[in-house]
Design a protein around this ligand. Structure first.
Ligand code: 5GP
Ligand code: ZN
Length: 112
């Protein structure tokens, strides 16, 4: 499958890694939208949050547990935002499930 984030997960395309284990990878977004902007992805290919079901949902818990640790380790005491874009209306450009974790500035709500 020709998937950018599968290639990053496999190490075929380099990334600036923040955390890695056998199931997930966390790496810096190449075009950061905030002073702190990482992407949390499952190594397994899942198209988007629309494809989460009872067979693969445990990866989401693992990603959020890891996000909390990353927040603590990086001193994100002012708070942060986790967002996942789905489909065209959601603004998803890479069709491999990923969670943006943004911090380091005040973030507007609602998003545009
Ligand atoms: P989406 O628009 O699908 O929610 O988010 C995709 C994100 O992936 C964007 O924030 C974009 O900057 C990031 N991105 C796209 N290509 C690369 C890449 O090759 N390396 C890294 N580190 N991030 C990428
Ligand atoms: Zn993929």
């Amino acid at each position: 499958m020709d998937c950018l984030f599968c290639k990053i997960a496999a190490g075929e395309i380099p990334s600036t890694k923040v955390y890695e284990d056998d199931r997930i990878l966390v790496f810096k977004d190449i075009d950061p939208k905030a002073p702190f902007h990482v992407l949390l992805i499952p190594k397994e290919h899942i198209d988007s949050a629309a494809k989460i079901d009872e067979n693969n949902s445990s990866i989401v818990a693992h990603i959020f547990e890891t996000a909390a640790k990353i927040a603590a380790e990086n001193g994100l005491d002012g708070g942060f935002r986790i967002v996942t874009n789905v489909g065209e209306d959601g603004g998803q450009t890479v069709k491999h499930l990923h969670f943006h974790m943004l911090a380091g500035r005040s973030l507007a709500w609602p998003p545009g």
